[in-house]
Design a protein around this ligand. Structure first.
Ligand code: ZN
Length: 358
């Protein structure tokens, strides 16, 4: 008889996901829909999803791309620009089309050129979000070339986020994909005074690898993502935050597929496609930290509590493996592009028990 642990949990949600569009979306969407009931879908398409109408059309394309036997709820976001119309945001939010607004400082990541150039210039938009209770999701990095690449998150918190939250204390804010001890400590230190209005998501890959992984055996483009992976000290700090069970931390994979050719190039794109393995990675990290009893909080309960949504009724089972699982073969899009799932090399010691085949 096996004594390996297994866990049955409410079906998790992914609070930060990139689905892309077209053939790429069609190829990757089933991997998310298998393991997650809902996901907050990022709007950084080209052109970006900046309006309620564009979000509604994108939501429809996602629904069309979903295999008929699968259920999945996409939660749509609007990409803020200097020119966003607050009335359009409010209408989209009230009509249940928009779930949240997304702030990309201009230039920080894939397709963020049209993002916000100056946070002061969007005060009237933040004011409206605060008034109507619409969440603001933040890619928390500065794009200032004078700032060291590894300090972009820390500088963003000190230079942008702290003053912004002072001006808009009632604004519901999620600092996405935190990567540093500084960010984890900031979120914890604000827990009392924020009254549950500040939370952070943590990806699976930032929990699994540190920055050494980018250089192992030569430049490793499949470990390059934005925000960039940080030091082991930072990784340990975000593991502590995630596994603490604290309500203000929850899962957001930031799974972000790129064609293999775009990753393995002289200017490799930043982004890690983790959707097929994210739950297994989270389980492995919590297992190693002796915190399996808190995995449900992080994956299934904290997010819905923050967003005032019901916990999912469907369930999912995770199990520890006697032998580590071999990495997935590359996924092929209809257009013949290869996508590699993270981690492409390190075998995982947990897996999701699949009830249905793709
Ligand atoms: Zn992202």
């Amino acid at each position: 008889m096996s004594t390996l642990p297994s866990l049955t949990l409410p079906k998790p949600d992914d609070w930060h996901l990139h689905l892309r569009d077209g053939a790429m979306m069609k190829a990757v969407l089933p991997y998310t829909a298998r393991h997650f009931a809902r996901a907050v879908v990022m709007p950084n398409l080209k052109p970006a999803v900046t309006t309620t109408a564009a979000a509604q059309a994108y939501r429809e394309r996602i629904r069309q791309a979903l295999p008929p036997h699968m259920t999945f709820t996409p939660l749509m976001t609007a990409y803020l620009t200097d020119k966003t119309d607050p009335d359009d945001l409010e209408r989209g939010y009230n009509e249940g089309i928009l779930f949240a607004a997304k702030l990309y400082p201009a230039g920080v990541t894939t397709n963020s050129e049209d993002g916000v150039t100056d946070i002061q210039a969007i005060s009237h938009i933040l004011d409206r979000l605060q008034k109507i209770g619409m969440p603001l999701l933040i890619h928390g990095e500065v794009a200032d070339p004078a700032v060291d690449f590894f300090d972009r998150e820390t500088v963003f918190i000190d230079r942008v986020l702290i003053p912004m939250r002072r001006n808009f204390p009632e604004l519901k804010v999620v600092l996405e994909h935190i990567t540093t001890r500084h960010a984890a400590e900031y979120i914890v230190s604000e827990a009392q005074i924020s009254g549950g209005k500040l939370a952070a998501t943590i990806t699976a890959h930032h929990l699994l690898i540190n920055r050494n992984a980018m250089f192992e055996g030569g430049m490793h483009p499949h470990h390059f993502c934005l925000p960039i992976v940080k030091s082991e000290t930072d990784r340990q700090a975000i593991i502590m935050a995630a596994t603490s069970g604290a309500q203000m931390f929850f899962a957001g994979t930031d799974s972000a597929p790129h064609p293999r050719t775009a990753k393995e190039s002289a200017r490799g794109s930043g982004g890690i496609f983790s959707a097929p393995n994210a739950l297994a990675i989270y389980a492995q990290i919590f297992d190693e930290a002796g915190a399996l009893d808190r995995l449900e909080n992080f994956l299934c309960l904290n997010g819905p509590a923050f967003y005032d949504l019901p916990v999912n009724a469907a369930t999912i089972t995770l199990e520890k493996l006697a032998e580590p699982a071999q990495p997935l073969k590359p996924i092929l899009t209809e257009e013949g592009q290869e996508i590699l799932a993270f981690p492409a090399e390190s075998p995982l010691s947990w897996r999701v028990v699949e009830k249905e085949l793709l």
